[in-house]
Design a protein around this ligand. Structure first.
Ligand code: Q46
Ligand code: ZN
Ligand code: ZN
Length: 321
């Protein structure tokens, strides 16, 4: 197998494009594709200040690395879920990348809320961990953007994430979610940051290859709560379809964006209120996060952030941490 561009041995084949590429040409292919996505969908425009939601996994660390390489100076934001043998390792990978990029990371420790990790907190709230986690992440990440002046929250979602979430929503006709998913969600009312997904046309496999070829040190383990998740089953099914018919996932997601989204955006705008306690967007009168704070009997002061800033550490300090 030879690289289609230079004829050197290829390291990856891209079936959806009927091509194979060597390491340097694959890296530049993925970077160009991402840059085209950013420009075509106006994900990050002149004057915007992006921040990347980082988890320590391949997708978020790769998008953080790539954006900075492409000239988009982006800091990071991390939610420490307090999961033993997972959260600390994840944060160590994030710090390492922050040092390399010389970028700041804001982190929110979930133990600030109840002294417990996500599973303990979820039990108190009578929710499953992923539902509590999703709600807290959405709230906290949006709040970091607004409080620290970032205009655009970047996530590492890829085509496999998008296609599997869409598949699940269609399968159970979850109309309340259909139409809300998009490659870009615009900022609103000064209380909701813009949210973008520069990797939404890149596959998980391509991003893993990009991370490995760039020596990005990411956490290989998945979050323990993802085991048995339906989205993993959908991903597997869609991968099988993709093998039989390359390009299926891209068509599925692009088709949704073209035909479904336009009709739904107006409905969404009309159903949004502001929380009477914290002022952030909600669909009821009080947002879910404020309900959690009430339930735990704690105040808004518990939503605060730690900052890791490699540019203020001297070299010795950095080497010791
Ligand atoms: S939702 Fe669930 Fe993920 Fe949160 S608790 Fe882990 S698996 S990290 S995207
Ligand atoms: Zn080549
Ligand atoms: Zn609120």
């Amino acid at each position: 197998m030879k690289c289609r561009v230079c004829g050197e041995p290829a390291v990856i084949s891209l079936k959806a494009y009927s091509t194979a590429l060597c390491a340097p040409h694959f890296i530049s292919f993925l970077e160009k594709r991402t840059l085209n996505t950013i420009n075509k969908y106006r994900l990050i425009e002149n004057g915007e200040k992006p921040i990347v939601a980082v988890s320590g996994g391949k997708d978020s660390l790769s998008v953080w690395f790539m954006l900075n390489k492409l000239g988009y100076a982006a800091d990071g934001v991390y939610i420490n879920l307090g999961i033993e043998n997972y959260s600390d390792i994840s944060f160590a990978k994030i710090e390492k990348m922050a040092d390399l990029l010389m970028k700041k990371v804001y982190s929110f420790d979930i133990k600030r809320l109840s002294d417990k990790g996500i599973d303990g907190l979820a039990k108190i709230l009578k929710r499953v961990p992923c539902s509590a986690c999703g709600m807290i992440k959405r709230y906290v990440m949006n709040r970091v953007c607004i409080e620290y002046g970032y205009t655009t929250l970047v996530t590492g979602h890829n085509i496999d994430d998008e296609a599997s979430a869409l598949f699940g929503n269609v399968l159970y006709w979850k109309e309340e979610y259909l139409g809300k998913k998009n490659v870009v969600l615009e900022a609103r009312h000064g209380h909701l940051s813009k949210k973008v997904k520069p990797f939404f046309l890149c596959s998980e496999r391509d991003i893993a290859a990009y991370a490995i070829l760039n020596n990005i040190d990411y956490i290989r383990e998945e979050c323990p709560f993802s085991v048995g998740a339906k989205t993993l089953i959908y991903k597997d099914m869609l991968n099988r379809l993709e093998q039989l018919s390359p390009g299926t996932k891209i068509q599925f997601v692009k088709g949704y964006l073209k035909s479904f989204i336009k009709n739904r955006q107006e409905d969404i705008k009309n159903t949004e209120n502001f929380c009477s306690k914290c002022g952030y967007p909600t669909y009821g009168s009080i947002c879910n996060m404020c309900r959690v704070l009430e339930r735990l009997n704690i105040g808004e002061g518990h939503i605060c952030f730690d900052e890791y800033d490699p540019s203020v550490l001297d070299t010795t300090e950095r080497l010791m941490t």
